[in-house]
Design a binder for this molecule. Structure first.
Ligand code: CP
Ligand code: NVA
Length: 404
């Protein structure tokens, strides 16, 4: 079988007529390659497209006569010549020439998440060793839009992109007036003309969705009121480093059922973990997303209100601020904080979990509120490894999105 693989990649929506497909049936492209499958002639007309052998595709059509996906990592190995009994009428749609984005972890599959984590470890190894010769982003630009403050996201994206040879541009809250001075859909199209990739941190989740919808370059979600996928990819990397694997780990989040929890739920929907959100009544995460994570069949997912019991046997206790940057939360002040009494992560709570348990926090932390100085500084605290891993996880995400 010819094995020529070219270097470029781009987003395609692939539809396969698949007699064996049924809802949730997943087929890995290594099976597809092993069968010597040739996709359609549309694919063959695009010799720069290839399929990575570990990608998998899931049926999303309820009637289930098609296997269909928007494949973030789909690269078609153009030289496969045998026609497939498995996918006889493969079809590729690329009419918007849009590259894939990273908006929700649940847009990805377990194998793709594993690939990103492996890549992050590999590139982290180079950078930690002082090797600056890996420069895949040379000649490329990343445009970063922020409508909220940031330390980690801004610096880790900018530094990470620079270290891999590229140039990053920062647009702060007063620079472009996203959705005010100019419509998001226009900004998306203009920025796509100058840049290879966009990262955005916004209030409304819809703004990031619109950037991805109207832009023609990949968009990376750097936090919205709804979710924070890059953070949880960095957290997964940190847990993998600490425990050898993320799979099956018991992660107990204690605090507000916020954007961080939503991205944990997104992960739980596609990746096997035991996740508990332990929050005061009235501060639960989004019901639909919770249901999706619980019914996806990958993970055990619970919402509880009893921190001391919930953390027993936890591998990780995870914290975040009790008031997020979402409009209005910080201003609620005392009335909001009162609801969280008993939800502080302190050494008593860590002890209740057991000696194996590590403390994680996405930062920034409000020491003395949701967590104590003691747990931040303890030897079981992973918070600064976690912060560093933002850069490595994001580098790996951008490498994949840009086809490296
Ligand atoms: N964790 C995180 O996203 O930090 P910043 O808000 O400082 O970017
Ligand atoms: N939930 C926090 C996360 C900060 C990284 C916020 O949105 O402010």
């Amino acid at each position: 079988m010819p094995n020529t693989i070219s270097t470029m990649s781009f987003s395609i929506l692939a539809r396969f007529n698949c007699p064996r497909a049924r809802r949730g049936h997943s087929v890995r492209s290594d099976q597809l390659l092993a069968r010597g499958t040739r996709l359609s002639c549309q694919v063959r007309k695009m010799p720069h497209v290839r399929i990575k052998p570990t990608n998998s595709y899931r049926c999303k059509d309820a009637s289930c006569t098609h296997l269909s996906l928007k494949a973030p990592f789909l690269r078609v190995q153009s030289s496969l010549l045998a026609s497939s009994p498995f996918f006889p009428k493969a079809k590729v749609e690329n009419n918007k020439s849009r590259l894939p984005s990273f908006l929700h972890i649940s847009d990805y599959e377990e194998s793709q998440i594993d690939l990103i984590l492996e890549r992050a470890t590999e590139v982290k190894g180079f950078l930690r060793a002082g090797d600056r010769s890996f420069r895949p982003f040379k000649g490329r630009t990343l445009c970063m839009i922020f409508t909220k403050p940031s330390l980690r996201t801004r610096v880790s994206f900018e530094t990470g992109f620079h270290l891999l040879g590229g140039h990053a541009i920062y647009l702060g809250p007063d620079d472009i007036g996203l959705g005010g001075r100019e419509e998001t859909r226009d900004i998306a199209r203009v920025l796509s003309r100058y840049n290879d990739i966009i990262m955005a941190r916004t209030f409304a989740h819809q703004e990031v969705l619109d950037l991805a919808e109207y832009g023609t370059v990949p968009v990376v979600n750097g936090l919205t009121d709804f979710n924070h996928p890059c953070q949880i990819m960095a957290d997964a990397l940190t847990i993998k480093e600490a425990f050898g694997s993320v799979k099956g780990k018991k992660i107990v989040y204690v605090g507000d059922g916020n954007n961080i929890v939503h991205s944990w739920l997104e992960l739980a929907a596609v990746y096997p973990i035991h996740f508990i959100c332990c929050c005061p009544a009235g501060y639960e995460p989004d019901k639909d997303l919770l249901l999706r994570a619980q019914s996806a069949g990958f993970s055990s997912v619970e919402v509880r209100n009893d921190p001391l019991n919930a953390v027993r046997g936890a591998d990780v206790i995870y914290g975040d601020v009790w008031a997020s940057m979402n409009a209005g939360q910080k201003e609620e002040g005392e009335s909001r904080y009162k609801a969280f009494e008993g939800f502080q992560i302190n050494s008593k709570l860590m002890a209740a979990a057991g000696p194996q348990c590590r403390f994680m926090h996405c930062l920034p932390a409000e020491r003395g509120l949701e967590c104590t100085d003691e747990v931040m500084e303890a030897s079981y605290s992973l918070v600064f490894e976690e912060a560093e891993n933002r850069m490595h996880a994001q580098n790996a995400i951008m490498l994949e999105l840009l086809g490296h």
